[in-house]
Design a protein around this ligand. Structure first.
Ligand code: CP3
Length: 346
């Protein structure tokens, strides 16, 4: 019988032989082998090719002692087949040439079919699942409806989310129609990834922290809840992650995921004690800790581990994605610090 990956067991709050650990954005520009692939292929090219996707997904697992592979993709990929002209501009991030500005733009969005539109990612999930060992989880992911809506409406970098917030207040019906479409997109995309072989599913609501609790509860929460509710049939545990959202923690923990991911703004024990529903936790080393000395990295990792104090249901991770200027050796040190902490505390 196949072993259940330890990350899956931790998501369910079960005891595990060691704390599962992986890092958001573990595949990416801080790795020279990734930059080498990027010299010849754009981000969208990699994502459109199952073999390149698998290769890049596995790069960090070849170097580091990680408990999960997160499939290499981007939360914005489903928007392209919906009729959105998306590009990743170096130094600027994602840019959309035809952002949503009116209710008719919402209506014009085309339906998204994961198998027709993003089959390379699905093929890569199936392939990566056969290439990693049974203890290791393959994580599929998607953007949450609000974060996708923010990109669609803002169209590019923003300092204050003024466009999406004014769309929410000036066009509440069109915003509701948009969120209703996007929750189907996130839900279908994650379900397809589960069917392709993903062991766990993460929903990124990166920008939810820009909302106040009242707006989050009134215009956003039910849509993320719909996504998690519909994933129950997949049998995969789910992880919900938002950035800069300590003021939403009580609400986020009621949205229906098995795990809540927390950033570094609160100590992990304080964050966990504020969950209003019992669920597992993922986090929360500050990504900048990996820019410090070996001693600093080890101390910061031990601080997270001591605060968790072996409470079941912890997945070690950063509090947000790994920074591009991170020396790869710092990741080796951090993973060693997690493992040595457990060996000495055992
Ligand atoms: O290893 C992994 O974690 C998988 C890869 C991954 C990417 N994007 C590839 C990528 C994941 C999990 C994402 C998710 C994603 N994409 C999020 C949610 C996570 C978070 O950071 O909060 C968001 C908000 C995006 C949108 C996005 N894509 C931004 C803001 C950027 C530019 C920022 C930057 O770092 O340059 C991207 C581009 C992107 N997606 C890169 C990578 C590796 C960097 C550009 C490149 O390699 O060409």
């Amino acid at each position: 019988m196949a072993l259940t990956p330890r990350l899956v067991r931790a998501c369910r709050g079960e005891e595990v032989d060691r704390t599962p650990a992986w890092l958001m954005r573990q595949a990416g520009r801080y790795l020279p082998e990734y930059r080498k692939v990027r010299e010849a292929h754009s981000l969208l090219d990699i994502c459109a090719d199952a073999e390149l996707t698998s290769k890049v997904t596995l790069q960090p697992l070849e170097r580091f002692d990680l408990d999960a592979a997160i499939i290499f993709a981007d939360i914005l990929l489903p928007l392209v087949p919906m009729g959105i002209d998306l590009d990743f501009v170096p130094g600027k991030g994602p840019v959309i040439q035809n952002p949503i500005q009116s209710p008719s733009d919402v209506e014009a969005l085309k339906p998204f079919d994961p198998r027709d539109h993003l089959s390379p990612t699905l093929e890569a999930i199936t392939s990566v699942r056969t290439q990693v060992n049974q203890d290791t989880a393959v994580i599929g992911f998607a953007g949450a409806p609000f974060t996708l809506a923010s990109y669609l409406i803002e169209g590019g970098p923003t300092k204050n989310f003024g466009r999406v917030k004014s769309f929410m207040s000036n066009e509440p019906e069109a915003f509701l129609a948009l969120m209703t479409k996007l929750r189907e997109v996130s839900g279908r995309w994650l379900t397809a990834q589960a069917e392709a072989g993903a062991d766990a599913l993460q929903l990124f609501d990166t920008w939810a922290g820009w909302l106040n609790p009242i707006t989050y509860e009134k215009q956003v929460m039910e849509h993320s809840r719909f996504v998690f509710h519909n994933l129950k049939g997949t049998g995969c545990p789910t992880i919900h992650f938002a950035v800069g959202a300590p003021h939403l923690i009580e609400l986020l923990s009621q949205v229906g995921s098995d795990v809540l991911g927390v950033d570094w703004r609160l100590s992990i024990d304080e964050a966990w004690n504020r969950f209003s529903m019992d669920c597992a936790i993922q986090g929360n080393l500050d990504p900048t800790a990996l820019l410090g000395s070996e001693q600093h990295i080890r101390r910061a990792v031990i601080d997270v581990m001591e605060r968790v104090d072996r409470r079941p249901g912890h997945i070690f991770n950063l509090g947000h994605g790994i920074l591009p200027q991170t020396p790869p050796h710092s990741v080796t040190i951090a993973m060693d610090a997690v493992r040595s902490y457990e060996a000495t505390a055992a």
